[in-house]
Each structure stands twice: as C-alpha cells, then as structure tokens.
Design a protein around this ligand. Structure first.
Ligand code: C5P
Length: 274
C-alpha cells in the first residue's frame, strides 16, 4: 500500500531575527502555522528514487541533492518517492523542508526511525515534521507546539520571483531584534490580527529591497480586503487573512489577474495524521 503524506505550506505568521550564531546562521523567533493546502508525497517500498509531478514540477528538476532524497538518506532508508509539487518553489512557504519532513513522516510509518538533527536538511524541517502551529526558535531546531489556531480564511500569493534566502539574510540591517511577545490562545481573526500587528517579519524589508514586487503583492492583498497581510519566510510568497472564505476566494481571483500565483485556503490542522 502506498503511503500518502501531505506536505502543507508553512507560514511564518511572525518572524523575528534575534541574533546570529558564530557559524553565520541566524537565531529566529517565529510563530509558524500551516495552510490547508500543499505538496503531496507518496512513498512505496523499493530502491531510493524520486519522481516529481504537478503544477510546479518544472521548477524543480530531479537531482541527487533534492531534499526528499537527502531526507531518506539521512534516515538510512530507501523508498520510491513521488512528489506532487503544488506550491511555488523557493518561495518562503516551506517547500523543500515541508517535502523532506513529509518523506521522514512517511518513512517513520514504514518503520524507519526519525533521524536526529533534521534541521541540517533545512531550517524548517523540524517545524514541518510537527506540521502543527508552533513557536520556532534557535535556527529552527527548537519547536514548541502551540494551541490550535482559528481556521481563518487565507490567501497565498506568489509573484513568480525567486528570492535567495542567503541574500535576504545578508541584506538585513539589524540582526538583534527583540523576540516575540507572549503568544496567547487566539479566539479568532480579530484576536490573531491584533497580536500580529505587534510583531514583524524582520526579513520583509530586505526581501522588498531585493524584489520590490513583494510590496505590490502586499498592497494588492490589502486592497482586496485582507484584515492582515505579510510576507512569509524570506519570500516572495505573501499571505492575507480574511474574515470570510468568500472574500478570500474573490481576492484570490483578483490577485491572479496580476499574473501572480494565488490560492485561497485556510489556517488549518494537518491534512493527514501521522
Ligand atoms: O535552511 P535553509 O535551507 O532554509 O537555509 C538557507 C540559507 O539561509 C542558509 O544557508 C543560510 O544562509 C540562511 N539561513 C540563516 N539562518 C537561518 C536559516 C537560514 O542564515 N536560521
């Protein structure tokens, strides 16, 4: 029986950069949530192999250093892996880390132990392994699960511009920002939006300087009635939170008119257990 694992899009609802380690990696304090859509990984017994299909397969040629293959090697396991790439590549919403985490979760269901230090595959792998709302600290290795978030309607938008994560980190002006304020249990959108307004994505100004279209995406999200809009990770994907699913769907259609990729979904629990 093939094992199917969802790899939901990861969102940094807030991302503060609080310092830098001696090895150059940045210390983060981030509220991470997962969307109700994402890539899908299917595993079957067999020698290690990878096939990539789906709307964004063309952006990700199969190569030996693909994170799905690296994850399986780190776990010392083999499987035939099929990845359906529904999310834009290298876009600040988990992508490779979410896929690698889905492979590791699938391999665990096949009886392989989870490897240690999964953050070495990608900073977002540990939080994507949990695939539930969490506070992420350190360089990504400290993951503290949080209460479920309200299932707020959400739109993801990517303008089709690839932004290099190392370049964004390098362009940052300040690396010693304060951490996140205490994270309460959120009752709904107003509550969550109020808290988010006290926080930042510290990578946003640097990413905007590199790819000014991100500013247009944020303006467009606000113009479609988003109660809150921000960039995720190092960009270029941005998200908007809406007070109704209808408003989110209409916004998503309008944003596609710019020639951007957009999808209406929701802040949601994992798509599949395990
Ligand atoms: O781990 P990931 O592949 O997301 O990181 C890409 C690059 O982003 C790293 O090579 C590093 O230059 C930078 N980075 C960082 N601090 C982090 C995460 C990533 O400086 N916490």
């Amino acid at each position: 029986m093939p094992i199917v694992q969802a790899a939901p899009a990861k969102l940094n609802l807030a991302l503060h950069v609080t310092g830098r380690r001696a090895d150059g990696y940045h210390l983060l304090d981030s509220l991470v949530a997962f969307a109700g859509m994402g890539d899908v990984v299917v595993l079957e017994p067999g020698p290690l192999s990878l096939r990539i299909e789906g709307p964004f397969a063309a952006g990700l040629p199969v190569s030996d250093d693909n994170l799905c293959l690296r994850a399986a090697r780190l776990a010392g396991a083999a499987a035939a892996i099929r990845l359906t790439k529904n999310l834009p590549v290298a876009s600040g919403i988990g992508g490779g880390s979410a896929d690698a985490a889905a492979v590791l979760r699938g391999l665990a269901r096949m009886g392989h132990a989870l490897p240690a230090e999964t953050e070495r595959l990608g900073a977002d792998v540990p939080v994507c392994l949990a695939s539930r709302p969490a506070r992420m600290q350190g360089v990504g290795e400290i993951v503290t699960p949080l209460d479920p978030l309200p299932q707020v309607p959400l739109v993801l938008v990517n303008p089709g511009v690839g932004v290099s994560t190392p370049q964004v980190f390098a362009a940052m002006e300040r690396r010693d920002n304060p951490g996140l304020p205490p994270i309460p249990r959120f009752a709904g959108l107003a509550d969550l939006g109020g808290w988010l307004a006290q926080t930042r994505n510290d990578l946003e100004p640097a990413a905007l300087a590199i790819a000014p279209v991100i500013g247009q995406v944020l303006d467009a999200l606000r113009a479609t009635g988003a109660a809150f809009a921000r960039m995720s990770g190092s960009g270029a994907t941005c998200f908007g939170l809406y007070d109704s699913a209808d408003r989110a769907r209409i916004a998503s259609s309008a944003l596609k008119q710019h020639g951007w990729w957009a999808a209406a979904t929701e802040l949601a629990p994992p798509l599949t257990p395990g």
